[in-house]
Design a protein around this ligand. Structure first.
Ligand code: GLA
Length: 729
């Protein structure tokens, strides 16, 4: 906060207008500086009126230091000055050839768009800057909101057609970000596929463009809308890192571009692929939020900042959200073979373990005995549940657990009453094949009648039954995304309207059922993003619950999303990839997120049950730290035989170290693990949850734990432990 004090003094002296605590505007030179304790962001209006990016990085306190926006010189007739100036939100017009933020076609075919500053407004911590085309009133209103706690800037634009003719938007991006001029940058991003999501990649940025995206209709397993850029030298604890995440659950795109002029620019928003959106006179389009932040302390701090923002400002209930309960789900154990008696038997066993939320997965409705039929028929299967779900739910509640239910509302099997009644409700191009994936078709949620139907189905379920939680699934990608009821030139709006209606249903459901919680699942981690996070309490991370594979999936997930949102189940072995690890190893992997058990409890031995009960008890002692604390990724499973993560409670009272050894060789001990984030001067009580701390439990100072480190005893293949570190009074 001292930085602000300096700033205020300097600002008054220099007669700079102070409009809000963290947004300053220098009227004379037309510069804005947005500042928090973690970062600053500056832009200004150039001599001809274009908005230029001026700074993004570590906090600044003196707006006078930021030079006014200048007009650059043409380098040649091939290198116009427009390409060299860092335009904040460039239209496609004039001699501009990099990725535009906005590209339009007018009704008369004119496609030139040059955006200049008109005016701006500062309200509380939000700055809006209005840009307008130099020729006609096509406007882009840019929104900037910096979160004072994390320095993360939320940006989006609203494109408005104030002309008298319709226009077609071909690209409306949320934001363009610029790194400081230079080269040697490195890009981190998350890629993957079904059952192998969120794999972390790091690669140099060279001239040209790298695109990560989804054309699949949903966020997708293949890429996640998150990026981080460093100067090639950052690690978990050191170095400057610029990072961003897009809040959109449909087709999205992030392009990372290094131009010949040493600019590194990131442009992101709704995917331009197959995109077209018509704005009639007076209409507008709001683009999704693109969040961007800066860390001076490496990738670790970058993800901690993002975690804080998600927990406080994005996810439902903010800081008041309850801790994620321990969940049981029998999907991997029973698949579609659910019944009242079978679920009751499992519920009884789950309750004894300490489970708090019992979820019935797929198979409870319609003629759903396998994945060939029933999707769309959201009424209880009376063969499996002769008296409806109430007896089971009452029983689950009587055992002290909440009840949750799996739904996949956006889908329909052709073999369903719903499809027989409404074959026109799926997205389709008339007369052409309707590609089935997992024997199902996608309902056209963009249609308001379909949207309302789905809302009513879910609202009825949530009203009729004591349902605390929906696992909302979505098990295929889009194909033949036709919307025949619309005019031909408006059909492509399906990509946008689908997502908006999805958000609308979720918002209405939550509004009407304030205690209802929702998990976003899409065949595993196919819909994990900050857009859906506004409406859901957790993500289903991956259908791959194999513990060793999970280490890397979870490492990638943790770059962009807090542990509280990461469902992590303990399931039976051998798992989907044939590997077997011990129950304790599987638990230790899953204790690092929102813990669930997905095993067939009927097959567990008495020892398994005892161990699971103990570890669920341990989880309840550490979950505040895991779910709401600070994560330090100490050793990566991509790079080390022994990987380790540490979670530190926000109040510093507790830390938990998790360590995993892949395969011991030559009888060498596991390496010393140096902790982070402790108080050097404090004394801590250190204890392994399973006696795997060399020398046993002890007291040690924060200095010792961070400088010397802890020696854990991991001797076997797939060996693991957790060490709880408690601050002594
Ligand atoms: C998807 C989900 C699984 C399970 C099945 C049910 O694959 O990711 O967890 O719910 O559907 O069909």
């Amino acid at each position: 906060m001292r930085r602000f004090a300096c700033f205020v003094a300097a600002a008054l002296f220099a007669c700079v207008i102070m409009d809000a605590q963290n947004i300053r505007f220098d009227q004379a030179r037309k510069i804005w500086l947005i500042t928090s304790e973690h970062s600053s962001y500056a832009m200004g209006v150039g001599p001809s009126g274009e908005l230029q990016h001026l700074y993004w990085g570590a906090p600044l306190w003196r707006i006078e230091d930021v030079p006014a926006a200048q007009t650059a010189h043409d380098i040649s007739s091939f290198d116009p000055h427009e390409m060299i100036e860092n335009e904040e939100y460039p239209g496609w017009g004039g001699p501009r050839y990099y990725e535009p933020a906005l590209k339009i076609t007018r009704a008369d075919g004119d496609r030139d768009l040059v955006l200049h500053y008109v005016d701006h407004r500062i309200e509380s911590n939000e700055l809006t800057v209005r840009l307008r085309d130099i020729h006609d009133p096509i406007e882009a209103v840019l929104h900037y909101r910096m979160d004072p706690a994390t320095g993360i800037l939320e940006r989006f634009s609203v494109v408005e057609n104030r002309t008298k003719q319709a226009l077609r938007i071909e690209s409306a991006q949320s934001a363009t970000w610029y790194m400081p001029p230079g080269d040697g940058y490195r890009l981190s991003y998350l890629s993957g596929r079904w059952a192998a999501e969120t794999q972390l990649n790091r690669e140099p940025i060279h001239e040209g463009m790298k695109v990560i995206e989804s054309r699949l209709g949903h966020t997708g397993h293949n890429f996640n809308p998150w990026f981080a850029i460093d100067r090639g030298d950052a690690d978990e604890a050191h170095g400057h890192v610029w990072f961003g995440a897009l809040a959109w659950s449909g087709n999205w795109r992030i392009s990372v571009e290094q131009t010949p002029y040493r600019q590194v620019r990131v442009t992101g928003g709704m995917n331009t692929f197959d995109f077209s959106y018509t704005l009639k006179p007076g209409e507008s389009l709001r683009t999704p939020s693109f969040y961007g932040g800066f860390s001076e302390r490496g990738f670790g701090e970058a993800s901690r900042l993002l975690d804080d923002l998600e927990r406080a400002d994005i996810a439902p209930h903010g800081a008041k959200a309850r801790l994620r309960p321990v969940l049981y789900n029998s999907w991997e154990a029973t698949e579609f073979n659910v019944s009242e008696a079978g679920q009751k038997a499992l519920a009884e066993k789950a309750a004894k373990l300490g489970v708090e939320l019992f979820v019935v997965d797929d198979g409870w409705f319609g003629k759903r005995n396998n994945d060939h039929a029933g999707l769309g028929d959201w009424f209880v299967n009376r063969q499996k549940f002769p008296n409806g779900l109430k007896p089971l739910i009452d029983y689950v509640n009587s055992l002290g657990m909440d009840f949750g239910l799996w739904v996949e509302p956006e889908m329909v099997n052709p073999d369903s009453d719903l499809y027989r009644a409404h074959p026109d409700w799926v997205m389709n191009f008339p007369g052409r094949p309707r590609s089935e994936l997992r024997n199902q078709l996608v309902l056209n949620l963009a249609r308001d009648d379909v949207r309302d139907y789905i809302f009513n189905v879910l609202d009825k379920l949530a009203s009729e039954y004591n349902i605390r939680y929906f696992k909302w699934d979505m098990n295929r990608t889009f194909a033949e995304p036709g919307w025949p009821e619309m005019a031909p030139d408006e059909q492509k709006e399906i990509w946008v309207q689908y997502v908006q209606n999805l958000y609308d249903i979720l918002a209405r459901l939550r509004g009407k059922h304030p205690k209802l919680e929702i998990e976003s699942c899409s065949g595993g981690g196919g819909r994990i993003d900050l857009g859906i996070l506004r409406y859901v309490d957790e993500f289903w991370t991956s259908d791959n619950t194999e513990a060793f594979d999970r280490l890397r999936i979870q490492e990638g997930f943790s770059q962009a999303y807090a542990a509280r949102f990461m469902s992590a189940w303990v399931t039976d072995v051998p798992n989907m990839n044939g590997r077997s690890t011990s129950l304790s190893y599987r638990f230790l992997v899953a204790l690092q997120g929102a813990l669930g058990v997905g095993a067939n409890l009927n097959n567990w031995s008495a020892e398994d049950t005892t161990l699971a009960t103990r570890l669920i008890g341990t989880y309840k002692q550490i979950r505040e730290t895991v779910q709401n604390g600070n994560l330090y990724r100490l050793r990566s499973p991509r790079e080390h035989d022994t990987s380790a993560n540490e979670y530190v409670a926000k109040d510093g009272s507790q830390a938990v170290l998790f360590a995993f050894r892949h395969s011991q060789q030559y009888n060498l001990p596991a390496p010393l693990i140096e902790l982070q984030g402790l108080d050097e001067r404090a004394t801590y009580r250190v204890e392994s949850i399973d006696n795997k701390l060399a020398g046993g439990p002890r007291e040690a100072s924060g200095a010792w734990l961070m400088q010397h480190g802890l020696q854990v005893v991991l001797k076997d293949d797939f060996d693991a432990t957790a060490v709880i570190v408690r601050k002594s009074d």
